[in-house]
Design a protein around this ligand. Structure first.
Ligand SMILES: [Zn+2]
Length: 447
């Protein structure tokens, strides 16, 4: 999940027409291709880079710790026989040849963390991808499509305020001034990019064209508690939710708290408080998994003996369905009008900053379900409430995401944890999904 929800998201989601995988009922074959212990050992080793005293990692993107972690993963990719290159945005790609002249199947995640983060967010998907390659090598298993493992640069955006940096570059959506950005210490992003094998002057070349890849898969921890509570090992992600954020201002009149009678007040905080509850009521008014949050409030002048004259607060709404977001927002704004009238204040909201939802490919969801069933693992469909690189990839390729449980639903914390067998379940489903898609995609191109 991103540290900051700032990067541009997909404006439209492209679902490439693909041949759906043949759903032939098979007896589950629980025998694993991936090796749990080997995968776990690499996860533990990666956790050494930027290790913090609490047991997690602080491996923020564009730092020495990130550089060291990247070097370790590049080493693993090379050991697995991958042909490794770094693009101008610092994204790491490891290529394995296929038997046919087809676009590669891309899969991976990120290895940077939030400050005081955990060992699993991003790492499970990146090292799970490398383990898939090792498992294929073990059996000398060939694929029709070339396979590419990707580690996206600076997903969390802990520095330079550029979350989803690498995948945003791949989608061709980076702001033009990005390379000249400096962090709070005056360091230049372009300089760090160079140290990571990137090149700020060639950033537009990191853009990936539609059709360049047959599809994208990302294995990730859920970062919520749905799977653990339901005791289901594999989540099939329906999509990454859209986010709409408005900043609203309630304007009343600041006056003496002792001398202004109760019926003559224009109390902006009383109105804003009712507005917060109205947001919750309107989000809950219809069934679904939509969420709505007022995450902060700025009260002016902010004194015990003054009636608040002005209050600012955001209204953030998330859902997979943009229409639902718009519908709920309209109801909320209508409620704000009534509250404003009754409280004798004005409530004005900015136009929404809207990040579009990114829907996963239905055919990829079917493939993930089929893969899990063949490994004897139960699945459930769920949305991702957190942002992921996959939402940018949706701009240029069909994509799917596999979730594994997060203990206690905790993430972005040193307490983040997924047990070794559940990590291995995810990698196994990734392996089998790739094999299903390898057979099904571009079937017409087969001689
Ligand atoms: Zn992540």
């Amino acid at each position: 999940m991103r540290f900051r929800e700032t990067a541009a998201l997909a404006a439209c989601v492209l679902l490439f027409a693909i041949v759906p995988p043949r759903a032939q009922p098979q007896a589950p074959s629980p025998e694993r291709h991936v090796q749990q212990q080997r995968l776990w050992e690499t996860l533990q080793k990666l956790g050494e880079f930027g290790k913090n005293p609490e047991g997690g990692v602080s491996r923020v993107g564009f730092t020495e710790e990130d550089l060291a972690g990247r070097a370790y993963v590049i080493g693993l990719m090379k050991e697995a026989g991958l042909d490794v290159r770094t693009d101008p945005a610092g994204n790491i790609f490891g290529h394995r040849a296929g038997t046919e002249a087809l676009p590669p199947i891309l899969f991976g995640s990120h290895i940077d963390s939030v400050p005081h983060g955990g060992n699993f967010d991003g790492d499970v998907g990146s090292l799970g991808a490398v383990e898939v390659i090792r498992a294929l090598n073990d059996k000398n298993q060939k694929t029709r499509h070339p396979l590419e493992v990707v580690v996206w640069t600076n997903e969390e955006g802990g520095r330079f305020y550029a979350g989803l940096f690498g995948s945003t570059a791949a989608a061709g959506l980076l702001p033009a001034d990005i390379a000249s950005r400096r962090d709070d210490n005056g360091q230049l992003l372009a300089d760090w990019l160079k140290r990571m094998g990137g090149d700020a002057s060639r950033l537009p070349e990191a853009r990936i064209a539609k059709g360049a890849y047959a599809g994208y898969l990302e294995l990730h921890i859920e970062q919520g508690g749905t799977l653990e509570t339901a005791e289901i090992p594999i989540g099939v992600v329906q999509g990454i939710v859209g986010i709409s954020v408005r900043t609203c201002t309630a304007a009343g009149f600041a006056n003496h708290a002792g001398t202004t009678p109760m019926n003559q007040r224009k109390d902006a905080l009383a109105a804003a408080s009712r507005a917060v509850l109205a947001v919750r009521e309107e989000v809950r008014r219809e069934p679904g998994r939509q969420v709505g949050t007022v995450g902060w409030m700025r009260v002016e002048p902010g004194a015990a003996n003054v009636i608040p004259g002005r209050v600012q607060f955001p209204v953030e709404l998330r859902d997979l369905d943009k229409e639902r977001i718009n519908r709920i927002a309209a109801r909320i704004l209508a409620r704000f009008e009534i509250i404003a009238r009754e409280e004798n204040v004005e409530i004005v909201c900015t136009p929404p900053d809207l990040h579009e939802p990114a829907i996963t490919s239905p055919a990829f969801r079917d493939a993930i379900r089929g893969a899990a069933a063949s490994a004897g693992l139960k699945t459930t469909d769920l949305p991702s409430g957190a942002g992921h690189d996959a939402q940018n990839v949706a701009r240029f390729a069909a994509m799917g995401m596999i979730f594994v449980p997060s203990k206690g639903g905790i993430s972005h914390s040193p307490l983040e944890f997924t047990p070794p067998d559940q990590v291995a379940n995810g990698a196994e489903v990734l392996y089998r999904t790739i094999m299903i898609l390898d057979a099904a995609l571009d079937a017409a191109a087969r001689p």
